[in-house]
Design a protein around this ligand. Structure first.
Ligand SMILES: *Cc1c(COP(=O)(O)O)cnc(C)c1O
Length: 439
């Protein structure tokens, strides 16, 4: 995806112009929702995650408004895996969103953030018996079943619990979402969903299965999708399937069209939320069903930055490495997907830009954020903001190299608060035990 798109690198002014939450203070430098990032670094140190709550709210409202303009009011279930922080979940709950969860842990997080069980959708290709039991016991609003095997498993658990399971079947529409191979989910060879060719049979079985309250269909074709045709193709196939099911006398009152709407990381063309809503309306709007959606990245990606400081600049013959205090264990996307993240120095540039490799201190060659990136001169201690890190950022962090998890700071209307403290070093081994027989 990002790395393979050959568009020219945006310049700093362009990067800021397309991200209204960023600004420049002539003295303090780069700001996020009017708070100087330098002030955040002084208060909490680096590296740190910084989220703009105003930006998240504005995006949730824009998302809803785009559908309202097409006469639709889908239930919006924020995909918790994109950013699972309690403050983020509370913010979206206050905006009237529910959650899409993919594990017992995410279910617990969403409930802890005050989300009603009925506003939660449980997705995932390998929900365990314990997770299904928990979803039933808590009264989760919708379980997205991904296979005929899971359907039987869930029906048995629901009969045992004496509680019917509210189910939609996730169908794999076999379309190429034209995104990175690691985040496409809607091709026949992917593990997700029930094959289109088998969907009618499984649906018919589900409709008469004791323990199952069958509501309809779901699909999700991948993440960071920048091609409207892929969404349209998937929606058309699902709409055709819905009509075929009804033609066989099978009832259907819900279609969940998943998430996956991409954002522009480096100035590449993306699907606007209005065009997206328009395509949904044109394909699914006439079915007369309750629509549900599960956006993650689009809501939170642009709202977050990873704030880092330069440790040193290392010169080797023919290369200049800017070594940051942040690393792949903090933000994995560049190492995992070759993802491209824009970077802006926090202080106003002094001197012309030149190509540098931006790397972290972890002992892996994959620990690099950028290769040949044009950045102005940066000395030790200089602050760098890695942009669009609000989705699939902190959630994918590990403590590899015994690097504690980073603090999280949230900004809104010029105020800021620490919403997660930097992990203390002792916490790194807190759950560990040495066998008694070691003496
Ligand atoms: C990951 C995921 C989403 C969210 O995808 P985004 O690209 O972040 O919008 C929604 N639904 C399901 C089932 C997912 O796995």
């Amino acid at each position: 995806m990002d790395a393979m798109v050959s568009v020219p690198e945006p310049d700093p002014a362009e990067l800021r112009a397309t991200r209204p939450h960023l600004g420049i203070d002539p003295v303090a430098g780069l700001t996020l929702e009017d708070v100087p990032l330098a002030a955040i670094a002084r208060s909490f140190g680096t590296p740190a995650w910084v989220y703009g709550a105003g930006t998240m709210r504005a995006r949730a409202r824009a998302f809803r408004a785009a559908f309202a303009a097409c006469g639709l009011a889908p239930d919006i279930h924020f995909a918790v895996k994109a950013n699972d922080h309690q403050a983020v979940l509370r913010l979206f709950a206050a905006e009237g969103l529910g959650a899409d969860v993919v594990s017992g842990g995410e279910l617990a997080r969403a409930r802890a953030a005050g989300m009603a069980a009925t506003d939660i959708v449980f997705s995932g290709v390998g929900k365990t018996v314990a997770e299904l039991d928990r979803a039933l016991a808590e009264g989760v609003g919708q379980i997205n079943v991904e296979s005929a095997e899971e359907l039987e498993m869930l029906a048995a658990r629901a009969r045992a619990a004496g509680r019917p399971a509210p189910v939609v079947l996730r169908v794999n529409p076999d379309v190429d979402a034209a995104t990175h191979a690691k985040i496409t989910t809607g091709r026949a060879e992917n593990k997700f969903g029930i094959a289109l060719a088998e969907a009618e049979t499984v649906y018919a079985r589900a409709a008469r299965l004791e323990g199952i309250t069958l509501r309809g269909l779901a699909f999700h074709i991948g993440s960071q999708i920048t091609d409207l045709a892929a969404f349209r193709a998937a929606c058309t196939r699902i709409a055709d399937l819905a009509r075929a099911l009804r033609g066989r006398g099978l009832a259907l009152d819900t279609v969940d069209f998943g998430g996956g709407l991409g954002i522009s990381y480096r100035g590449e063309a993306v699907v606007g939320v209005d065009a997206y809503a328009g395509a949904i309306a044109a394909t699914l709007g006439g079915l007369g069903v309750r629509l549900k959606t599960e956006p993650g990245r689009w809501l939170v990606g642009p709202a977050g930055v990873l704030l880092a400081a330069v440790v040193l600049v290392k010169e080797t013959p023919g290369r200049r490495f800017v070594v940051l205090d942040a690393a792949m264990n903090d933000l994995l996307r560049p190492a995992l997907y070759e993802a491209w993240h824009a970077m802006l120095p926090v202080a106003p540039a002094r001197g012309p830009a030149g190509p540098v490799d931006v790397v972290g201190p972890v002992c892996e060659s994959a620990d690099r954020f950028a290769v040949g990136r044009m950045l102005p001169p940066l000395g030790p201690g200089a602050l760098v903001a890695i942009l669009d890190a609000g989705a699939y950022g902190a959630v994918m962090s590990s403590t590899y190299n015994s690097r504690p998890l980073l603090p999280v700071v949230m900004i809104e209307r010029g105020r800021f608060a620490l919403v997660r403290a930097r992990q203390p070093e002792e916490a790194l081994w807190a759950g560990e035990r040495v066998p008694e027989w070691f003496g």
